[in-house]
Design a protein around this ligand. Structure first.
Ligand code: 0RA
Length: 642
């Protein structure tokens, strides 16, 4: 909306104080989109979709809708349809406006019209659909209620039609179509896979709900989710390629003092604990009170049962929480009326009462479940016992490393060519595959701020090994020492010696294998390095093309094909670079290390669920799923570990 320009009379019929408020509200959203949807890049774009879908999911949670369909149209407009009660259209007393118009144009109007039936508000961001409306070039809402089809249209959040009857309707429901404003968004390229994952998660979290996703762009794609078993299906989906200790997941659902607690658990023979905790369908990545209650319930039930069955002897210490949860895959979902999140972005639940509610519900049910399934209970306890032994051994090995490091204090690994910068923010560490490439990198680098650590051969396959074995591996120890920030629970990015850690591998199969190994290691044992954005992949060139006495570096297959076509008449010569070692130090600098010229890919853990699965499939001990994965993804194998 252009400021200072009066709106034509037709668009705003009764211009009064509430309209001024509305216009000011819309303007605030459009001036600072980031404050409402996080950003205007692809994440913010997805956020727009989630915000609208969340409203329909709320209607499903309240028990009034069981189908939601999301469509991305070829022109990049998005439609979200549900079969709920339909947003009310009746006139609002104070403003004399339709409730629909108020919901669509007033910030934070979301839950006001609900009354009792509309308890759970998942909109974490709570910005409501009015922010989506304000950030859309246009938006249309259709409501089916009482046999009538109602419609209102908006442009950049401003109503341009009244709420009017446009036809008759069967059934009830709400359909919202919006076109994100290209004046504000950097991109309209929704990522199919990201949306699919979120919709799958939403369907898991609301059992009985069917979510259909239609992507009408290009050749068109469609995906539909319906999980009768809710989060129990989520757990089975997650463990489907793993060796499990008991056939059926443990499951409980109970309402206690207005809080709905739902949990599903399954132990595998792996070493990781993977627990996803949700509060009102929001993935609380930083946990919170619900997760605390959940964890203590598990530790307590397992120790109680082991004592009662004499599986822990009088002199044995209790299992620690980590031992009790080794190999556990679990999903915890709580729904509560008044969720308190500790911060806007880092999502953590703060309601104190929830801790005891979850601990009670999960603890009681799990104890009863173990009585009922003693074989499962015994397998879990044996697993905890092995974990406790391994952890004791790991502690010894780690103490040894720490003591050694303490003794040697300043001794960095001999193979490390350090840089002279002392400010870690400026400093970079290149991890280079192989000694010969390492040599080129050492000569080619800018030694003021670039350090080089060559790694020989394939480092340990970390997925198969426990921490104690990993710590005994020479290459890994050099890496830990060079970074200087510890490992595992002790890892602390405050102590990092380099602001950037850059993995530089050959552009071939071995290189990609080593890259995956390194990423697995970082993902498992230095996850904050990834989450805080310190880890990068170098992009060495694949080819060099010479034509007309000019030479050019080429980094992708597509680029090569294009250039070879363009240069057809000039008799170009093409040289393939398979290994970093084939480049001399100057070339390595010019193509891959010079900050002015290089491309670095930042490694992100966009979705820990999927990343974890990929690592597991690639590196885990089960061979069959790994084969299947590699076969179906063989074409994009270069990208799979990013
Ligand atoms: C409040 C009250 C009622 C419906 C809704 C909200 C509602 C909102 C959305 C947003 C997307 N889909 C929706 N479906 C329903 C109905 C109150 C009543 O009928 O008594």
């Amino acid at each position: 909306m252009a400021r200072g320009k009066p709106e034509p009379l037709e668009t705003i019929l009764h211009y009064d104080a509430s309209d001024i408020q509305v216009l000011e509200g819309l303007e605030a959203v459009r001036r600072r989109p980031g404050m409402y949807i996080g950003s205007t890049d692809v994440r913010g774009l997805h956020h727009m979709v989630y915000e609208v879908v969340d409203n329909s999911v709320d209607e499903a949670l309240a028990g009034f809708a069981d189908r939601i369909t999301i469509t991305i149209h070829p022109d990049h407009a998005v439609t979200v349809t549900d079969d709920g009660r339909g947003i009310p259209v009746d006139l609002h007393k104070d403003t004399n406006k339709s409730a629909l118009e108020v919901v669509m144009t007033t910030l934070h109007a979301g839950g006001k019209f609900g009354g009792d039936g509309y308890k759970v508000a998942s909109g974490l961001h709570g910005v409501g659909v009015s922010a989506v409306n304000a950030l859309s070039e246009w938006c249309v809402v259709d409501v089916k209620r009482d046999g009538v089809l109602w419609r209102q249209r908006y442009e950049r959040g401003i109503p341009i039609t009244p709420v009017e009857q446009v036809g008759e309707a069967e059934g009830t429901g709400t359909t919202t179509t919006f076109m994100p404003d290209t004046e504000l968004f950097e991109t309209l390229d929704y990522q199919y896979d990201t949306l699919v994952q979120r919709f799958r998660e939403m369907a898991f979290l609301t059992h009985g709900l069917t979510i259909t996703f239609l992507d009408e762009r290009g050749e068109g794609r469609e995906m539909s989710f319906h999980f009768e078993g809710g989060i129990m299906s989520f757990v089975s989906y997650f463990t489907r390629d793993r060796d499990i200790l008991h056939e059926r997941p443990f499951y409980v659902e109970r309402e206690i003092e207005d809080t709905l607690v739902e949990a599903a658990l399954q132990w595998t023979d792996g070493f990781e604990e993977t627990v996803y905790a949700f509060a009102n369908n929001i993935n609380t990545v930083e946990g919170g009170t619900h997760l605390t209650g959940f964890r203590s319930a598990i530790t307590r039930s397992i120790n109680d049962y082991a004592r009662k069955q004499n599986l822990l002897k009088e002199n044995d210490p209790n299992f620690s929480g980590d031992d009790a949860r080794e190999g556990l895959m679990g999903v915890l979902s709580v729904k509560l009326t008044d969720p308190q999140f500790e911060s806007q972005t880092k999502i953590k639940l703060g309601n104190a009462e929830v801790r005891f509610q979850v601990e009670g519900v999960v603890g009681d049910a799990l104890s009863r479940w173990m009585e009922e399934y003693p074989r499962a209970a015994k397998a879990i306890i044996e697993k905890a016992r092995t974990a406790a032994r391994a952890r004791a051994a790991a502690r010894k090995a780690r103490d040894l490393v720490i003591r050694k490091t303490a003794l040697e204090t300043t001794t960095l690994p001999g193979k490390l060519a350090d840089c002279s910068a002392t400010d870690s923010n400026e400093a970079e560490l290149y991890i280079v595959e192989g000694d010969s490439a390492g040599g080129s990198a050492k000569q080619g680098r800018d030694r003021r701020f670039q350090a080089v650590l060559p790694l020989r051969g394939k480092i340990l396959n970390v997925e198969k090994a426990r921490l104690n074995r990993i710590l005994n591996n020479k290459e890994i120890r050099a890496l830990i020492a060079a970074l200087g920030a510890g490992i595992g629970d002790d890892f602390n990015t405050d102590n990092l010696r380099y602001g950037r850690t850059i993995i530089m591998c050959d552009a071939d199969v071995d290189g990609s294998h080593i890259r995956t190994l390194l990423l697995t290691f970082f993902f498992r044992y230095m996850r904050d390095l990834i989450e805080e954005g310190h880890l990068y992949l170098a992009q060495p060139p694949l080819y060099r093309i010479s034509a007309n006495s000019k030479k050019q570096w080429i980094y992708t297959e597509a680029e090569k094909d294009q250039l070879m076509r363009d240069l057809r008449r000039s008799n170009p010569s093409l040289q393939r670079y398979k290994g970093l070692g084939e480049m001399n130090p100057d070339q390595l600098w010019e193509t891959t290390m010079d900050p002015e010229a290089r491309t670095l890919l930042q490694v992100t853990v966009e979705d820990a669920v999927e990343a974890d699965r990929t690592f597991e499939i690639l590196m885990g001990s089960k061979v069959a799923p790994r084969k299947r994965f590699i076969q179906t993804h063989a074409k994009d194998v270069r990208n799979l570990d990013v």
